[in-house]
Every structure is written in structure tokens, then in C-alpha cells.
Unconditional design. Structure first.
Lengths: 73, 146
């Protein structure tokens, strides 16, 4: 997950690597996901969240659609 | 020694110092042998998916969102600094520690410096665009690329 100056630069970067661009969005949209995804890592009894729990975090942060599916519905 | 205590101390070490502890440092902290710690680190990677070791060795590469090696995502808060594995992880470090700060990187194509700042618990200055190249179901197929 990289930060680019512009969408044109994303397309140039992908073109150099023969990749189809993935999802592109403004940085503030990432903040709710950044806050929620790792918020348990300093807990003593941490266990990796299940895929269902992780999907729920993505959904709650507004990352919906096939690109953001960890599992088949 | 329970692996959970070692895992937590690794995270506390990252949070406090900005770097990963070595197996020898972990061993000294808990009064264990480095060999015991190395086995614990491999278990934490293989059985609990709690961290990523540098391939072929016992040294920590990532304890998400922290990176043990310098990356393109330098996270700063006051005089403290950490390395994030990506823009998501860079912001997540600030969120996890509950501090304001900034994630500094550069556009991979143009080289233009880009800084995303967090003030009062919110992203306030946000140039550029985030690109997720890999679909979610494939994030852990090659975590280094992701």
C-alpha cells in the first residue's frame, strides 16, 4: 500500500509492472481502517482476529466490494 | 515462558524504541537462552501469525504495523520515530500508540516528498492518493509486496 502524488502516477507505476491498478483513494479514508485494524496489538492476550472479524472491520471502515473481500460471501 | 509474554514485550519494545529487539535481548530480558527465544519466535510466526521473521533467520522483520528494517514510511511523533511497512501501517502506528505525528514517504514515480499528518487524532494534511495494488484475499500471499 503506497502513497502516490497522483492517480496518473499510480497508472504509470502499474504500467511499468504490467499490473492493473487496484483501489485508489484519498489518505483520510484510510484513517478509520488504520485505527481499527491493529488496535488490539498491545493487548496481553492478543490472538489474530478471525477472517470474519477482519472482514467486519473492513466493512465498518467503508471498504466494501469484491476487492475488499477476504472471504467468499 | 509463555509465548504471549514474549510477543507483548516485542511490541512494547517497538513502541518504546522504534526497533525490534534481537533474540539475545529478548533472552536477557526474560532470563532465557537465545535458543529458547528463537524457537518461540518461530512458533509466534508459524502458529500464531503474530510476526514475520527475516527469511532463513531468527530476526524479526515485521510485527505489524511495525517494521524492523527501514522502509519508505518513516513515522514520527515528537522526537520518537518508527518504520511502517506501508502507508496503512504508518498511520496505524500513530493510531495504536494514540499519538499525533506524521508519516513521511515519497511518491514512487515522481519522488515528490509526501507527508500525511495526524493532529488531535485525525488526518489533517493529506497530499496524494493511496493505492492498494493487491486485493484483500491475496494480502498475505506475499506480505513483502503487499
Amino acid at each position: 500500500m503506497l502513497l502516490f502524488r497522483s492517480e496518473d502516477n499510480v497508472r504509470a507505476w502499474c504500467g511499468q509492472r504490467h499490473l492493473t491498478p487496484g483501489e485508489i483513494f484519498d489518505p483520510p479514508r484510510l484513517w478509520p481502517l488504520a485505527r481499527a485494524w491493529y488496535d488490539d496489538r498491545l493487548e496481553p492476550d492478543w490472538r489474530r482476529r478471525t477472517v470474519v472479524q477482519r472482514q467486519a472491520i473492513l466493512d465498518a471502515a467503508g471498504f466494501r466490494g469484491s476487492f475488499w473481500r477476504l472471504i467468499d460471501s | 515462558m509463555h509465548d504471549s509474554r514474549i510477543r507483548l514485550w516485542i511490541y512494547q519494545h517497538f513502541a518504546g524504541t522504534g526497533r525490534a529487539p534481537s533474540p539475545v535481548e529478548i533472552a536477557a530480558h526474560f532470563g532465557l537462552t537465545p535458543d529458547h527465544v528463537e524457537r518461540a519466535l518461530h512458533r509466534l510466526q508459524a502458529e500464531r501469525d503474530a510476526l514475520v521473521l527475516i527469511p532463513g533467520g531468527p530476526y524479526i522483520w515485521m510485527a505489524e504495523p511495525f517494521s524492523a528494517v527501514p522502509t519508505s514510511f518513516l513515522v514520527r511523533s515528537g522526537t520518537r520515530q518508527w518504520w511502517g511497512n506501508c502507508i496503512w501501517d504508518g498511520l496505524a502506528i500513530l493510531a495504536l500508540l494514540g499519538v499525533d505525528g506524521a508519516v513521511s514517504t515519497a511518491c514512487p514515480v515522481s519522488g515528490q516528498p509526501l507527508v500525511v499528518s495526524v493532529v488531535d487524532g485525525a488526518v489533517v494534511a493529506a497530499p496524494g492518493v493511496v493505492h492498494f495494488a493487491v486485493a484483500a484475499r491475496d494480502w498475505w500471499r506475499d506480505i513483502g509486496f503487499t
